[in-house]
Design a protein around this ligand. Structure first.
Ligand SMILES: [Zn+2]
Length: 431
């Protein structure tokens, strides 16, 4: 006897939809078949699509930077995630320069995340780890962490990691088996100054800064044999240059992540009076860069939201250096990406991040034995996005017309969202 039977829907198996029923027992998928097997409870999924629970590998809940905290804590952020069909997210530890500080950083974030209603995991983060790279790598592995984020920029706040240490981390990634995540901007040509306007953001943090740094890091990956994941790639030109010069490693040892906003908006938003609502780093690019991002989307392996919203009154400033950078989008990421890329969005938001971050085949796959993390959506529904369940008081996707609607989100066999209503959730730390 199964706990739950999801009957009458279309299951996403081997990158296509098949009309089958899915059964769940003890938090795992216990059967997939054409027939109806005995269950304690049935869910009528007629006409609905059933996919592996979505994974957002890049979020910042309760992020503290320069005395400000991002609007969503782990509860509100994870509820918003669940409404978006997300069953696992990966957040970040505070940056450390010394291996000694890593266990404390993990403990703090784990304790902050305990209210999460969906599953979660963390990336370690380094900040200028001179002379400490190997110790940090060993301590990371020791704590069960398999990813470390570095910034090639933010020298002014002490978060920049320099080339010598980046190269060391890449060599170590091969030796110890972990992944380097990189925020990729050439710090020497980033031109942030006081008294810049919102409309100055795209030139201050230019596409050129992203492209030149990405090419350098790709060369380092090729030389060292290491593995790198480039977070929040903002421009299709960056993707085009990477595949032109490094086709052998892109999608293999050099992974490209982009975010829904870089597919959805261009930098003309910054000319509007409310342009501050769209401020994030890296910024939006011109309309041709957006078109190229769609054109080369096959090389974008993974979609992360970089979810980091701030309230409208915190964003509403004239000068760039007074605006907290970041926007929220976890709740709308799948419906928006599906409206842009169609079914190609599914793997980029489930199987691919699961594979890259070592969660596959427990996550990212509908198969007997995999965890019962499942997203059910309706693709017969055209609707206009209105509001969200995040603690943030605005969404950049307000008024966006989309073609799919999340109906239910199941995490570990339990409904977190059932037919559009929040039930309850007990997210697990996947460490
Ligand atoms: Zn981020």
């Amino acid at each position: 006897m199964h706990d739950l039977g999801i009957i009458g829907g279309q299951l996403y198996i081997e990158s296509e939809f098949q009309r089958k029923n899915l059964f769940v027992k003890n938090g795992a998928i216990s059967g997939i078949s054409d027939g109806v097997e005995g269950c304690l409870e049935y869910y009528d999924a007629s006409g609905k699509k059933i996919i592996p629970g979505l994974i957002d590998p890049h979020v910042h809940f309760a992020l503290n930077v320069s005395g400000r905290t991002s609007a969503d804590n782990f509860f509100s952020g994870s509820v918003s995630a669940a409404f978006g069909g997300v069953t696992t997210f990966i957040d970040f530890l505070d940056p450390v320069s010394k291996a000694l500080d890593l266990p404390g950083a993990l403990k703090r974030r784990k304790s902050a995340a305990k209210d999460s209603v969906v599953n979660y995991l963390f990336h370690a983060t380094a900040a200028n780890p001179k002379g400490e790279t190997e110790k940090i790598a060993m301590e990371m592995k020791n704590l069960g962490l398999h990813t470390i984020k570095i910034f090639t920029t933010y020298e002014e706040s002490g978060r920049r990691t320099y080339d010598t240490e980046i190269k060391e981390f890449l060599e170590l990634s091969k030796k110890y088996g972990f992944m380097v995540l990189a925020h990729v901007e050439n710090d020497d040509i980033v031109g942030m100054h006081p008294k810049q306007l919102v409309s100055n953001l795209p030139e201050a943090r230019s596409e050129e800064a992203e492209i030149t740094e990405a090419l350098k890091l790709a060369a380092m990956v090729r030389e060292t044999g290491g593995e790198l994941y480039m977070v929040h790639t903002s421009s299709g030109r960056t993707v085009r240059e990477l595949i032109k010069c490094f086709s052998g490693i892109v999608g293999n040892r050099f992974h490209i992540e982009s975010c829904p906003h870089y597919f959805s908006f261009d930098d003309s938003k910054y000319e509007n009076e409310d342009g501050y609502l769209y401020t994030m780093i890296p910024p939006l690019r011109d309309s041709r860069a957006v078109r190229l991002l769609k054109k080369y989307s096959n090389f974008v392996e993974s979609i992360g939201t970089d979810h980091c919203p701030y309230m409208e009154n915190e964003k509403a400033r004239q000068w760039l250096d007074e605006i907290p950078m970041g926007i929220g989008s976890i709740e709308h990421s799948f419906v928006v990406m599906h409206s842009i890329l169609g079914n190609k969005a599914i793997d980029k938001m489930s199987r691919c991040p699961a594979e890259i971050f070592g969660l596959y085949p427990w996550k990212g796959l509908l198969a007997v034995g995999s965890d019962a993390d499942i997203t059910i959506y309706d693709d017969n529904e055209n609707y206009r996005i209105h509001g969200n369940h995040s603690a943030c008081d605005y969404t950049v996707y307000e008024g966006f017309d989309v073609k799919v609607k999340i109906e239910s989100t199941i995490c570990g066999g339990e409904f977190v969202i059932r037919k559009g209503e929040f039930k309850r959730g007990n997210g697990k730390c996947l460490l």
